[in-house]
Design a binder for this molecule. Structure first.
Ligand code: FES
Length: 163
């Protein structure tokens, strides 16, 4: 575990009477460090909290915000829950899949954009909601898909860095 991640986890633990209560922020820090919750990242969290990696994985797997597989430079998440589904989320998702030539959950062949479906993002009155690198875009329309992907591709790392 890097010193920085270890220190961050220890600072989170200090905020709670029980060190295990710091599991969500600890997972968050580990994901920021590793890019996703790899076995190594889960091991780091487990070591810091004195839990098993399996316990950390079981908690992480409950939340959409944690990535249990590697992701691209950008993460696009389409809410497909009821309110968004009723106003076109499925069509939006299909358009993203067509443009990226990938089935959600998955990452474009050039490694730049990961597409995922997520449960309700809490913006039901402003749907369909699409999360782009954790920033919510509301009332998202099919014609917004291509310009968004173009913008994201222009701010991605060169493909050779996706080793
Ligand atoms: S159902 Fe999509 S934000 Fe709630």
């Amino acid at each position: 575990m890097s010193d920085t991640l270890y220190d961050e986890i220890q600072r989170e633990i200090a905020k709670y009477p029980d060190r295990r209560s710091a599991i969500l922020p600890a997972l968050r820090h580990a994901q920021e460090h590793y890019g996703w919750l790899s076995p190594e990242a889960l091991e780091a969290v487990a070591d810091g909290l004195d839990l098993s990696p399996a316990r950390c994985l079981s908690v992480a797997s409950f939340y959409d915000m944690f990535f249990l597989q590697p992701v691209g430079d950008h993460v696009v998440e389409v809410c497909t829950n009821l309110s968004c589904a009723m106003i076109g989320a499925d069509k939006l998702l299909k358009e993203f899949e067509r443009e990226l030539d990938v089935k959600a959950p998955g990452t474009s062949a050039d490694g730049t954009i990961t597409l995922r479906c997520v449960e309700c993002l809490g913006g039901c009155g402003w749907g369909p909601v699409v999360s782009v690198d954790e920033e919510y875009e509301e009332h998202f329309k099919i014609e917004d898909v291509a310009p968004l992907l173009e913008r994201l591709r222009s701010t991605s790392r060169p493909s050779e860095s996706h080793a």
